[in-house]
Design a protein around this ligand. Structure first.
Ligand code: ADP
Ligand code: MG
Length: 758
């Protein structure tokens, strides 16, 4: 037997030539991305079907799942149109008879021979007046046993059959994720064959050390796979699943902690605070004093920048809590840090890149950065905006400034990290408002410079278990309070159907705000009639974050319709209105945003494009239409656009969701608190199913199989603790060589992936 790791990493058709053929292996890869034996074993049943009681063949109910005890009467196989084959068998229990059909499984003729006895389970259907089971699942009694049984005489054999039948009937049938080319039974069969044909699963070495398994109370890996794929009883797969789920959580946390450790061992460039006085100049120019939390986070960052070990930090803070200032101070430190390889007379140090999720936000960041820096610092640091859509000449100029080191701050989207952009000396990458960056992408950032420092900022408060899963490789800082002097935001749910007058009042309120010289956002879930905003621009919330339970029967409130409706009202005649959607060209969007920021537009009707980071302090009110269409964190993000200046913010969430529904509950939760961290936790609980993570985000692994961050928070915490424990006790993992090998393999893969990307 080959070593366990080797075995697990073996490709499917290599390990079992003639058992799992090249074509099947290919189909598995296409359908589910399965390549190795490990992949196959981790290809877990989605659910289990319980067979239940035996049913007599006479009087079978059509459309129901049945289990019957019977004998094969005859079998025939024929070619059918379009090149397939059809195998038909008739079975009888001595009273009634039933047809079994199998498409393209002619090999079954070898076992379904006339006279064979066994148990057959499937869903009863009718074909040309005849009852049949299509692709039933069955188990034949051993012929040797059958002969022995027949020698025992009819009555005795009947009893034994029944006992076997009972055991069969209790055995849950695994149902695998299926595609047209790979139906569930093919997966079942492949695992079965793998287990029969040489994969001695009982002998499978367990990567988890025994004492750890004992402490957690989980079964060994081999039996777990056996029990999850071939359970004898329902309790088998439950036990097995729990065990595999823990493994998943543990291995993920171990991998993340290991990444963190490896990242810490890298050598980058130390960027200690210099003596050029830039930072002091910047601080002196701020129209406010930094909050203690900003200073705290800033100190931590300053300390980490000063070390050659690259920083890898997540800065979490409410919308408007002042993260950007913190990031800018870090960029200033990098800019004035004396870099070793620079000529002593060089005036300035390293460069920073600020990545925004959209071009609109990049442009906005660029403007506010320039503004905050003031003319003197702007001249010295020469910040540039770099987007893919800007005029060629302008872009070339910006590229040159970045490549020559003249520009100390470059603002753009992730395109900043593409091949065509060369930095002279990239010291710090700041990723803003982007919690969709997976571990892999973050690792790729490193390749742009000599292991630059990385600061990830997110304004969507992340529940701890999610943070552990998605950002488990980062250290975290928090800014929990927004700066003092804010007026705060009042939020209300406005049930349109129950309180039509309130809804009307919302529009009148908007007019009052506008009359007072302030500005209003109206947010709609759709761009035009029924068309959803799902473009790339709608980042920030996540795609799992929306309520899909509401039926699509009523047309969604759209940007177009809203503009039409308001345009038709005489009281809105003098209101300057515009729209902003992801369907618009970037420069058009940019033009509208500028006009709104400059106060030339009173009311902006938009989709979630305005969700992230948009900052117009004079905007004091937001109306969200069909608010049930947005997720909790999305609504929270959206309303963060108002109340950013001296005026109190007001957010009215119009909804048609009935009281007592989850959709309504979510809106009310948002109305009830402005604490984003609390909301994030509640949100996690309200999402009763689905997962919070996209595939690209689940740590180092491409997908999570059994782990659901919303449900398994405790398990994740425990796994984190135990993984940290193990690494502390045994940093080289000598006590768990298989885990060590797995981690090394993952590190190797990550490195390869990075090389491919760079
Ligand atoms: P975030 O990026 O966290 O959403 P910003 O950094 O954009 O927040 O800050 C939001 C607004 O608050 C900006 O206008 C900024 O100038 C202002 N601000 C930041 N820090 C403070 C502070 N300590 N006191 C008062 N205003 C602040
Ligand atoms: Mg911001």
């Amino acid at each position: 037997m080959p070593g366990s790791l080797e075995l697990m990493n073996a490709e499917l058709d290599r390990l079992l030539p003639g058992v799992i053929g090249g074509r099947t292996a290919e189909a598995f890869e296409k359908a589910f991305g399965l390549q190795t034996v490990r992949d196959l074993l981790w290809h877990l049943p989605r659910r289990y079907h319980e067979r239940g009681e035996l049913t007599p063949l006479a009087g079978l109910p059509i459309g129901e799942h049945v289990t019957v005890l019977a004998q094969v009467l005859d079998v025939r196989s024929r070619q059918i149109q379009r090149g397939g084959s059809l195998l038909e068998a008739r079975i009888t229990d001595g009273v009634g008879s039933l047809r079994l059909t199998f498409f393209n499984q002619a090999w079954r003729a070898k076992e379904l021979v006339s006279g064979a006895r066994g148990i057959f389970a499937g869903k009863v259907s009718e074909y040309r007046g005849q009852l049949q089971l299509q692709h039933p699942d069955y188990e034949l009694f051993d012929t040797a046993d059958a002969n022995a049984i027949s020698r025992l005489g009819q009555e005795k054999s009947q009893q034994l059959d029944e006992a076997a039948a009972m055991a069969f009937a209790l055995r849950p049938v695994p149902i695998y994720p299926a595609t047209a080319r790979v139906p569930s039974w093919v997966s079942q069969r492949a695992v079965e064959l793998a287990l029969e044909a040489g994969l001695d699963i009982g002998e499978l070495e367990d990567p988890l050390p025994k004492d750890l398994r004992k402490a957690v109370g989980i079964i060994a890996l081999g039996p777990a796979f056996e029990m999850v794929h071939q359970p004898e009883h329902a309790r088998d797969w439950r036990i097995a699943r729990d065990s595999l789920r823990f493994r998943e959580a543990f291995e993920l946390q171990l991998a993340l902690l290991d990444r963190r450790r490896r990242a810490a061992a890298l050598t980058g460039t130390a960027r200690p605070a210099g003596e050029g006085g830039l930072l002091a100049m910047f601080d002196a120019g701020l129209p406010f004093t930094l909050t203690p939390e900003q200073l705290d986070a800033g100190d931590t960052i300053a300390r980490e920048l000063a070390s050659a070990a690259p920083m890898h930090r997540l800065l979490q803070g409410e919308v408007g809590s002042g993260k950007t200032v913190v990031a800018m101070r870090a960029m200033l430190q990098v800019a004035e840090a004396p870099a070793e390889h620079q000529a002593p007379d060089a005036m300035l140090g390293g460069q920073s890149a600020l990545l925004a999720p959209t071009e609109v936000l990049a442009a906005q960041h660029f403007r506010s950065i320039t503004e905050m820096l003031g003319p003197a610092l702007t001249e010295r640091l020469h910040p540039v905006l770099l987007t893919s859509k800007m005029p060629v000449a302008e872009r070339r100029k910006a590229l040159l400034a970045v490549a020559s080191g003249q520009a100390h701050i470059a603002v753009g989207t992730h395109a900043l990290l593409s091949k065509g952009v060369t930095f002279y000396d990239l010291g710090l990458i700041v990723v803003d408002e982007q919690h969709r960056f997976g571990v892999e992408q973050r690792a790729a950032l490193r390749l742009k410079g000599n292991n630059p420092h990385v600061l990830v900022m997110t304004a969507t408060p992340i529940p701890r278990t999610v943070a552990l899963t998605v950002f488990g490789d980062l250290e975290t800082s928090f800014i929990r309070r927004v700066p003092p002097g804010r007026q705060g935001i009042e939020s209300f749910a406005v049930p349109v159907q129950e309180r039509p007058r309130w809804a009307e009042r919302a529009w009148l309120r908007a007019l009052e705000e506008i009359a007072a010289g302030r500005q209003v956002y109206v947010v709609c879930p759709a761009i035009s009639g029924g068309k959803r905003e799902d473009g790339d621009e709608a980042l920030g919330g996540d795609q799992f974050d929306r309520d899909t339970s509401t039926k699509e029967t009523v047309e969604l409130a759209s940007v177009e319709r809203t503009l039409e409706e308001l345009g038709a009202r005489s009281d809105f005649r003098d209101v300057r209105m515009a729209s902003l959607t992801g369907a618009m060209k970037p420069d058009e969007k940019d033009r509208v945003m500028r006009a709104f920021a400059a106060g030339k537009i009173d009311l902006l009707v938009a989709t979630t494009v305005i969700e992230v980071g948009v900052n117009v302090p004079n905007a004091s009110m937001m109306i969200v239409r069909d608010a049930e269409r947005f997720g909790v964190s999305q609504l929270h993000q959206l309303r963060g656009r108002v109340g950013r200046g001296e005026h109190a913010g007001l957010c009215l969430m119009l909804t048609n969701a009935a009281p007592g529904t989850v959709a309504r509950e979510r809106i009310e939760a948002v109305a009830a608190t402005t604490d984003g961290f609390e909301l994030a936790e509640q949100d996690l609980q309200l999402r009763r199913e689905g997962d919070v993570l996209g595939t690209a985000q689940s740590g180092g692994h491409s997908t999570l199989k059994l782990l659901r961050v919303a449900e398994h928070g405790e398990l994740i915490e425990r796994a984190r603790e135990l993984a940290a424990d193990l690494l502390e006790r045994d940093p080289e993992l000598t006590s768990a060589p298989l885990l060590a090998a797995q981690l090394a393999e993952e590190a190797r893969q990550a490195a390869l992936a990075n090389i491919a990307k760079s």
